[in-house]
Design a protein around this ligand. Structure first.
Ligand SMILES: Cc1cc2nc3c(=O)[nH]c(=O)nc-3n(C[C@H](O)[C@H](O)[C@H](O)COP(=O)(O)O)c2cc1C
Length: 508
């Protein structure tokens, strides 16, 4: 399961059915009367507790997201987790926490409507803390987090899987459903269930040398700014590596983005879903695709090409290349332009690729890096080949949405950037005139210009208004309808289209 929001939710009946599962889980070996825990198990500490070496727990615990939903979690075991929580440190040992264990179908249904994540396991433990206590340095949140961690580790020893739920939905509504007094804050939930299977893949973490400092901060921090000019290429590398390799949060494409990628690919070559490329097949390079979601989809539709992926690090390129079908022979390359020969690339001879796609990546590179990337792609393109360069125009509704997003004053960091692929780094729409100047400078000839999306499509409008109130959503939909009429006026698309595609050929 991803931490991302879903495009379309399950039906009421599906939510009710998922919530009902927990009915069977409100059990102990000896069914308890009412909601009380069984006698003798008030605080956990079963006689036959399993034991595990500390370091095995430390390195072996994993966030679990696949569960055996039919297998009950007895309350005795939940009490073991709570026992581990209560021994956690708290600021000033104040212990201003309360733990609300939810395993009742009706409660689950209500909470599941706010966050589907609650329905992934039969039991969720909500950790609350006194709002006014230990506020300095967020010590209240720190104390609650310590308890969360103790429970996660204890669960691991018991063979139980957990995942930490921050995305619970509006906290005030969660608090009301749980009956939490207004001076208590719901900090997080711990989803608890039997893993199916328990993940064993070692987690990737950012390297020591990037994050550990002795005595004084000595590095360059990863910025929170969504503007690429506030980042160095090295920082973008580091960030994307962390993002993609440490769990690949962005693992679902939105339907209109996928359709856009496939349509773009078909502008360059006819669809071929059953070919097997020979050694002399034309080569296709996808540039900086990061998670590679669309690379995989495009490669499946163009199996008569040999596919390659170029990204900022070899690890990330290999991650994307793995998403391609095996028969297209996808290869991975790291972007390492030779500093003494602008445009030439380490390990890739000039003129290698008949087709190159670079979709929405100029927007995520510092402006100073863009000319070199384009010069490199010019060098890699075979004579007679085509490069498809897609970008978001600043002079479009995207620019307006960006402005409104900034004005709303909500979270404005790089995680919340308005981009086709959120969470992958900085992103800033670009000016069409500037892109044309850059591509000409790199030596390309513009063979075709395509202007799309003066207003967003129906799918996208539905997605973006899904959490808005009725009046606001209605207003936005009306604005889009008016925009659609205006978009039909000749010349409007050339001026205000968001999605710009240039088909480029070698000019020299
Ligand atoms: C504060 C915090 C909030 C988190 N929120 C969620 C969440 O809402 N949903 C989810 O599936 N995982 C959530 N996680 C789990 C992380 O995604 C997970 O810990 C991370 O990918 C590292 O994987 P690991 O725990 O297996 O090492 C959260 C973790 C923390 C510490």
């Amino acid at each position: 399961m991803s931490e991302d929001a879903r495009t379309s939710g399950p039906s009421d009946e599906e939510i009710r059915a998922a919530a009902r599962i927990a009915g069977d889980h409100r059990v102990s070996d000896e069914p308890a009367a009412g909601d009380a825990p069984p006698a003798g198990a008030e605080r956990g500490r079963l006689a036959n507790r399993p034991a595990m070496d500390f370091w095995s727990v430390l390195y072996g615990r994993r966030t679990t997201r696949r569960f055996d939903k039919q297998r009950p979690v007895p309350r005795e075991l939940v009490l073991e987790l709570l026992d581990a929580a209560l021994i956690a440190p708290t600021s000033c040992n104040l212990q201003m926490w309360d733990f609300i264990v939810v395993d009742d179908p009706e409660q689950r249904e209500q909470l599941g409507r706010l966050s589907l994540q609650v329905l992934s396991t039969p039991v969720t433990i909500f950790v609350t803390y006194g709002k006014e206590f230990s506020e300095e340095g967020h010590a209240n949140v720190q104390s609650a987090a310590a308890a969360m961690m103790q429970m996660s580790n204890a669960a691991h020893v018991l063979g139980i899987g957990t995942f930490w739920i921050n995305q619970l939905g509006p906290r005030d509504q969660v608090g009301r459903i749980l009956g939490v007094p207004p001076d208590r804050e719901v900090i997080a939930g711990l989803a608890v269930g039997w893993p199916d299977p328990y993940p064993t893949k070692a987690p990737r973490r950012r390297p020591f040398e990037h994050v550990v400092h002795w005595n004084h901060y000595g590095g360059t921090a990863i910025p929170t700014s969504p503007r690429p000019d506030d980042w160095t290429l090295e920082q973008i590398r580091d960030y994307q590596q962390a993002r993609v390799l440490n769990g690949n949060r962005y693992n679902k494409s939105r339907p209109w983005e996928l359709a856009g990628a496939l349509a773009a690919a078909e502008r360059l070559a006819p669809r071929n879903t059953d070919g097997v490329p020979g050694d002399d097949a034309p080569r296709w390079l996808d540039v900086l695709p990061v998670h590679g979601l669309f690379t995989g989809a495009m490669a499946r539709h163009h199996r008569d090409h040999r596919w390659s992926v170029l990204d900022l690090t070899l690890d990330v390129a290999a991650f994307a290349a793995k998403r391609c079908p095996t028969q297209v022979q996808a290869e991975a390359y790291a972007y390492e332009p030779l500093s003494d020969t602008p445009g030439a690339m380490q390990g890739l001879p000039a003129g290698t690729f008949s087709v190159i796609t670079c979709r929405h990546r100029l927007e995520s590179l510092p402006a100073a890096e863009r000319p070199l990337l384009l010069a490199t792609l010019h060098d890699l393109l075979a004579p007679g080949g085509k490069l498809l360069l897609q970008f978001t125009s600043r002079r479009s509704f995207h620019g307006i949405a960006d402005w409104m997003h900034a004005r709303r004053g909500g979270p404005g960091g790089v995680e919340y950037v308005l981009a086709p692929d959120p969470n992958l780094g900085p992103y800033e729409a670009v000016r069409p005139g500037e892109v044309e100047r850059l591509v000409k400078q790199a030596g390309f000839r513009i063979a075709e210009r395509i202007h799309e999306d003066v207003v967003p499509g129906t799918d996208e409008v539905g997605f973006r208004t899904r959490n808005m109130g009725g009046a606001k959503a209605g207003l936005l939909r009306a604005a889009v309808a008016v925009g659609r009429v205006l978009a039909a006026i000749p010349g409007m698309a050339a001026l205000f289209a968001r999605e710009r595609t240039l088909i480029l050929e070698r000019g020299r």
